[in-house]
Design a protein around this ligand. Structure first.
Ligand SMILES: NC(=O)c1ccc[n+]([C@@H]2O[C@H](COP(=O)([O-])OP(=O)(O)OC[C@H]3O[C@@H](n4cnc5c(N)ncnc54)[C@H](OP(=O)(O)O)[C@@H]3O)[C@@H](O)[C@H]2O)c1
Length: 311
């Protein structure tokens, strides 16, 4: 369990560690990358847009003089891009100590497909990270203390994994697809932890959620469309915390010596919307081991990525 009022001041030195953060050019991902770099890690900013990645790197180096960071091209909606990124890191002989599965899109108004034919939210938020984690496993397993942090959401609570509608092919509802993808994040993190434990491995897999945080995710997703987005915008100034606070659960899971594999970490405040990172509990749907195991098998089939031995 996290200590009360865990802050970035409690981040131990990250010197000598290398971290990849997906979706690092904005919001929670940027803040997490910046703090890791501030504490001495070499940080790879995984970004799909070169110009945005470059601007984020410039900002990071300005805010954290002397930081060690670089941009890596990575489109989480494209298996080809994910494979190319993993291949480049392998060719560099990289030891990866930390992977933060953070990139995400939310409640896109209409059903969109990725180049691989996946519904964009499920494809980006879950399948892309499932594939990336598996492909980077050889680099992670060369670390003495590897960690994988997967960023889920309170929205998992309304999520359902419908195996006959995984790509929303039967019906598309923007928030249902988002909820399912974020539920998949929790099921994935917990299933990865179970598999590591069964293999007596040392990798820590932790799921987190940031509460409710002011980032670009509304504008890039629902915008002002739909009742939920309008309500979100209206109550945002009251319930939302800044992106730096939203990054605390991620940073706790990524760096605290107290973080445990299989844990789910979120803010301790009213309805987990804001506050300091502590262990929280997903709804029952996030604890369903049978669905977690089946989702793993289906994700392997859909992405063509088979995980190596995790021990
Ligand atoms: N903010 C909240 O209240 C909240 C609540 C619960 C969960 N979350 C989760 O927190 C995570 C971060 O979101 P955020 O709130 O920080 O929003 P954000 O500011 O919009 O950041 C999302 C990041 O993901 C990137 N991204 C989206 N699609 C991508 C793709 N195909 N390939 C690579 N990168 C991609 C975005 O890049 P571009 O700039 O190129 O679009 C951006 O860097 C998400 O997983 C989200 O579900 C957020």
């Amino acid at each position: 369990m996290a200590a009360r009022k865990w802050t970035t001041e409690q981040i131990p030195s990250q010197a000598g560690r290398t971290a990849l953060v997906t979706g690092a050019n904005s919001g929670i991902g940027y803040q997490a990358a910046m703090e890791l770099a501030r504490h001495g890690a070499h940080v790879l900013l995984g970004c799909r847009n070169g110009a945005k990645g470059g601007a984020a790197l410039e900002r990071l180096l300005r805010e954290t003089p002397g930081a060690s960071a670089e941009v890596v091209e990575l489109d989480m909606a494209s298996l080809a891009s994910i494979r190319a990124c993993a291949r480049r890191l392998a060719e560099r002989g990289m030891v990866l100590d930390l992977l933060i599965n953070n990139a995400g899109v939310m409640a896109l108004p209409t059903r969109e497909l990725t180049p691989d034919g996946f519904e964009r939210q499920f494809g980006t938020n879950h399948l892309g990270h499932f594939a990336l984690t598996g492909l980077l496993m050889p680099q992670l397993l060369t670390s003495a203390a590897p960690r994988v942090v997967t960023v889920a959401s309170l929205a998992h609570r309304n999520g359902k994994i419908e195996f006959d509608n995984l790509q929303s092919e039967r019906r598309y509802k923007p928030w249902d697809a988002y909820g399912a993808s974020k539920l998949a994040n929790i099921l994935f993190a917990k299933e990865l932890d179970r598999r590591v434990r069964a293999a007596h491995g040392r990798l820590l897999s932790v799921a987190v959620h940031p509460g409710v945080s002011a980032t670009n995710i509304i504008e890039n997703g629902p915008g002002s469309n739909g009742l939920k987005a309008v309500v979100l915008k209206l109550v945002a100034p009251i319930i939302m915390q800044p992106d730096a606070a939203g990054a605390l659960p991620t940073l706790y899971a990524a760096t605290s010596p107290d973080a445990r594999g299989g844990e789910y970490v979120g803010p301790d405040g009213f309805m987990e919307m804001k506050g300091w990172p502590v262990e929280v509990q997903p709804r029952a749907n996030g604890l369903d081991t049978a669905v977690g195991a089946r989702l793993w098998t289906v994700s392997e089939e859909l992405t063509g990525v088979a995980y190596p031995a995790l021990g």
